[in-house]
Design a protein around this ligand. Sequence first.
Ligand code: FA5
Length: 342
Amino acid sequence: MKKRLEQLKQDFIDLVGKVTDRDALEALKSEFLGRHGKLSAAMKEMAGLVESERKVIGELANDVKKTIEEAYGEAVGKASKASRASMAQSEWIDVTQPALGSMPRGHLHPVTQVREDLENLFTSMGFAVLDGPELESDYYNFTALNIPPTHPARDIQDTFYVAGHPGTVMRTHTSPVQIRGMREFGVPLRMIAPGRCFRNEATDVRHEHTFHQIEGVVVDRGISFAHMKGVLEAVAHSLYGKDTKIRLRPKFYPFVEPGVNGEVTCYLCTGKGCRLCKKSGWLEIFGAGMVHPNVLKEGGVDPDVYSGFAFGFGLTRLVMLKYGIDDIRHLESGDLRFLKQF
Ligand code: FA5
């Protein structure tokens, strides 16, 4: 019996050294230690032994079992390591490999391209680029901009009010960032704020419910209308060339005084009149004016000491003019046939 058990142990050790596959190892283990395995079969014969022999053989059987389990554990460890090494050989990837030629490469949206060009221009003139929330308070969007709750100017911008959140709107313009900028950074201040705006429009070729503006504000001692004109001329030249002229005509905006409607000479016909400018020779591209004293006060700035100007470009409009896009609705459509052209 003793010999038989020793032989069993030796047989397992001999066999386990030849097997490298996990499943085969598992099968070998159960052939020796399973319920109907070789060790079990040997143990059944213990019943016929006398008490003293049974004790010795029992201890030996436990020792055989332990040795087999240890040898099995070791073999499994070796097999896993080998299989990981072979996986690393056969399944490695080169993370530095460039994408395959067939992968289409995207590009920036035309609005983003023009926005980045303007950001570069303004930062070169010392402007900071600020951001503001698209979900805005009624206070920042209107009241702080000299448009109190009952003011008829609120009707000009058809507003999305947010259900269940009184006093919260989808911002109708980027002008709220004027106040946020003044409050956060104080004066002197030179900032722009590009971003999305939302209006409850009956959409058509020139009006979208979602569009982009670029706001600009300069506040310091002694800032005049002439400074404003100089900056806006620089922007017009950068957009449409050095020969472009600007024309400022009075327009009411509650947050500026005086306020102007800004036009540039049509770059297509250089002011002679064409289809693009509707024969007028001028293209309307921004609103602007001297910051109203009430707005300065809301921004925490003393209007007796400081003055400033502000402007708001319809960025989406600039993009349409630049690329000759005849329907604004293409820009937010997500239609790749359209977007791939830029
Ligand atoms: C404003 O929004 C003012 N906040 C601009 C401003 C800023 C004036 C600072 C003075 C000082 P207005 O509503 O005119 O103004 O909009 C400015 C530009 O945004 C328009 O000229 C137009 O180009 C663009 N815009 C307005 N509504 C839409 C719309 N629904 N779809 C596309 N573009 C629009």
